[in-house]
Design a protein around this ligand. Sequence first.
Ligand SMILES: [Zn+2]
Length: 522
Amino acid sequence: MMKTYFKIILVLFAIVLINGCGILNLHTRNFNDATLIVPDSISKYLFFLASDSLKGRNTPSEGLDIAAEYIASNFKKFGLKPAGENYFQNFNLVITNLGSENHLKILKNGNINDFQIKQDFTPFEMTANAEVKAPLVFAGYGIKSKAHNYNDYQNIDVKGKIVLVLRHEPGEEDSTSIFDGKKSTEYSNVSQKVKIAIEEGAIGVLVVTDPLNHSNLTPRGFPWPSLSKTIPPDALPMTLNLNEPKVPVVQVGESVIELLFGSIDSLKNIQARIDSTLQPVSFEFSDIEVNLKTSTIVTEKATKNVAAYIEGADQELKNEVVVIGAHYDHVGYRRNSEPGTDSIYNGADDNASGTTGVLAIAKAFSELNTKPKRTVLFLAFAGEEKGLLGSKYYVNFPLFPIEKTVVMLNLDMIGRNNEDSLFVIGASHSPDLLRIVEEENKNINFTLVTSNEYFVGGSDHASFYRRDVPVLFFFTGEHQDYHKVTDHAEFINTKKLARVSRLAFRTAWRIANENKHYKLIK
Ligand SMILES: [Zn+2]
């Protein structure tokens, strides 16, 4: 008898010990997610968010603000704690319009060449409201990447000078290129090239289309309404005010290339040399001085992310956070459409479905008897359609430390296509997370596609991924109504939407009760 009693104590002691160090997660799962997340009860969120009355939830707009209030009032009803200011993370959108005073003058061998806007040069959306005058340096593709062991700035000093860079990247059309073969890397982004030029000390940037792979060298820059008869006046670039330094940035065309390089062919030859050797061919132009002026008119408009959380129950782990997010904005409505025709982009799948998923998961967590060990933060982002603005703002001004954010689960377009297919993107970068999703899927039975890399940058998880937070992006794929006025709620498969939400919920529940960190392999 004594012996058995002693054995029981021993076993119990072992269990506590093992559980203490998180090897066995004994946070008993005393719930049935199929009863917590039910298609019929979550449809109301979907139909409201995708209704005509919200006019396609453009950023910023009245419809978007109504949606924000709706999401916040539901978070409140579920008993979630408010994050930010009373459930809102308010921020300003910066809307930039082109001013009238812009010039590009190039002094060569004592002669001033005065170029025409639009015909010879066009400012980009990130340009500064400033004028600069300085020598000019050719800096190849304007790329500096340790990962690729490539640096166009290696042998040149561009401090206080203006740089001229090629668009795209070495080996753009070469499937064996070190820059991810034919796929473009972030280094092809003009904004990335400008960021590097500024870090190197440049005070202005001229961008040319690389002639080796592209025959049309028209200096498009940004399609400013003021430089066109067809572009609607409010189609202006929208960014965030992240206090980043700015310089004048313009795209220049053939006339400028010919003045500087003598011919398009000589620039082609230089580009070919860079591509074949992957060595920089950067140099300072002699007898050249550039005077560049761009003017902008900046206005700011307010918008907001919606944020609420469940505080973790574990003394230690509550300082770590699991983020579950979705963008609640879409693209608004068509102006000047024929009376009686459908002009509203309802965005039922994109992304009233994901927002519905976040609400359903929040409600499910709030109804659990046992609170999760880690804190769970629910986020609805504005401005995704305008360039991931809400999530970008969040990772720059996080409500919980980014370094304490163990995982971000993103739900974007989770209500269409065949019953059992589901993409879980980002899982291939996190084997631990992949294992959890696959285990939890055993109860939901999707055919998971986890190897697809195509969308790793396509939605709000990308903002977190760029800050080295492991991510899982739940997505049911594109379809014929994508970004069309026909993306209506009645085409959403609410059973599928509920199943996706249940899988994300189960996955989040596991992560929120584990005492582990998840590797991110980039
Ligand atoms: Zn979307």
